[in-house]
Design a protein around this ligand. Sequence first.
Ligand code: SF4
Length: 387
Amino acid sequence: MNMADSERLAAMLEGRGLKRAENIRDADYIVINTCMVRQSAENRIYGLVNNLGRQRAAMKKPQKIVLTGCLVGVALGDRTGKMLKLFKKRMPAVDEFLPIQEVGFDYVPKRSHRRHAWVPISNGCNNFCSYCVVPYARGREISRPFADIFRECRILKKQGYQEVTLLGQNVNSYGNDLMKDPKFQAPNSKQIQDTNDQDPKHKESCKHLNLDCLELVGNYDLGFEISHVFTLFPYLLKAVAELGFERVNFISSNPWDFSEELIEVIAGNANISRQIHLPVQSGDNQILKRMNRPYTREEYVKLIERIRQRIPGVCFSTDIIVGFPGETEQAFQNTVNLCQQVGFKKAYIAMYSPRPLTAASRLYKDDVPHLEKRRRWRVLEQLINRK
Ligand code: SF4
């Protein structure tokens, strides 16, 4: 998502008459698109900005340092103002905090590849997984209009792009907000909404939510429904696949929005990628509950089986967090066991670090020692990525 944002940001800056500098020392204007997903990513921002500040002072050059991306979202989204104050103190060299939302979708992105294009379809997230800073950094989920995305993809096809990746923090909940708009009209939208309200799966998946976490989101206006089940994503994916790209990918999807319709659309369109990224995060039900992930390991495995039955040749990649607060050796072994059961092709494994404003950082003590997190990380890395 940050790469796609950077492509639009570059287009916006060029639209204002700026040109790409040969190197960072020559630049008059340095824009840093930040990520805050882990403490290590946040630390790299501090290191980079403070080095640039020292370099600027040594060169005596009137460079402007601008931060954008998730760190700015957290800084400006915190209504108490404490986060902005903290970041300013840690990075006195920053001249401007630019909210990424200001970049918008009016500029044609400066694409970094000739064959493949990133296409954001939504921004933000309503899920509030207890460890995750994204809902604070990017705000509530907002879907781009269906017609805009379709038009962008059609132009990409005409320009000769062979592959597109549809992007969203929870890509398969796409359109949930659009369907709630009383002016929204799409075939079957009324039926979809009605079914959503009555659907037993919807109620079933809400059952797993950790309500303690939701009470803690404090300064944030929730105003959302957690489980969508029926969304517009299958229709969008089908429409894009039928444009005739060699490959259509989508990231990141979540288990609770992986509907039967979506499985059918993938099964029926051979150019939709057969590698599905489906974050599991943990294979232990107690930890999943603490993470505020609305499914159990059994439901996750059942979903994998359903997809495998319907889509021959499909394989799975995932995201896993090790060392989440309260993760005992047994809980970790449950994750190991789930990974063996599913046979992931690839996993992005992260060691837990508390993120500001999140429910987990306030509710739970970061009680797994760093060395133990590293050991668990190595076990899974060896099992999945180095086999
Ligand atoms: S679904 Fe959960 S992990 Fe993914 S962006 Fe939303 S809150 Fe974060």
